[in-house]
Ligand binder design. Structure first.
Ligand code: 5GP
Ligand code: ZN
Length: 149
């Protein structure tokens, strides 16, 4: 896949709109456009690569560390009780967007054992959800800062 045409590279470069919840020099996280649950977030490396095999082991480690950190903020922000991390590689694995990403999908007790369908939320709901996740990430950053002191 040509990175000039890659939708996630366009999101990184602000050429396509999205609801960004987190960004650092190497990673970006934004709400999935067709979420399985409210708060479904995608965590990506900014550098284009199609699958995990296009990344160094250090980059893979950092990506999962960021996803783990974001999962805590997402679960807290939407009041879920658990979460799934899903990471598809290749067409056979149903990878639709050929830019590495980790799905962070918050789940509730009432959804236990259920097959989750894609949902559609209003722009207002997406904006509000992105805001509370951003806030939860900021709060967790400050907790980390506190612990370092
Ligand atoms: P995959 O099947 O490749 O692991 O998942 C790709 C995900 O990207 C899907 O859940 C899909 O809804 C999401 N997606 C596809 N295009 C866009 C887009 O333009 N913006 C956002 N925010 N998500 C997208
Ligand atoms: Zn890309």
């Amino acid at each position: 896949m040509d990175k000039e045409k890659c939708i996630f590279c366009k999101i990184v470069n602000r050429e396509s709109p999205s609801h960004i919840v987190y960004e650092d020099n190497e990673h970006i996280a934004f709400l999935d456009i067709a979420p399985f649950s409210i708060g479904h977030t995608l965590v990506c490396p900014k550098r284009h690569g199609e699958t995990l095999w296009d990344m160094t082991e250090e980059e893979i480690g950092k990506l999962f560390m960021v996803a783990s950190r974001i999962s805590k903020a997402v679960v807290k922000a939407v009041g879920a009780q658990g979460f799934r991390l899903i990471q598809n590689n290749g067409e056979a694995a149903n990878q639709v967007v050929a830019h590495v990403h980790i799905h962070v999908i918050p789940v509730r007790m009432e959804d236990r054992g259920k097959f989750l369908d894609r949902k559609k939320f209003t722009e207002e709901e997406m904006l509000k959800t992105a805001d509370i996740i951003k806030q939860a990430i900021t709060n967790s950053d400050s907790i980390v800062e506190e612990q370092r002191k």
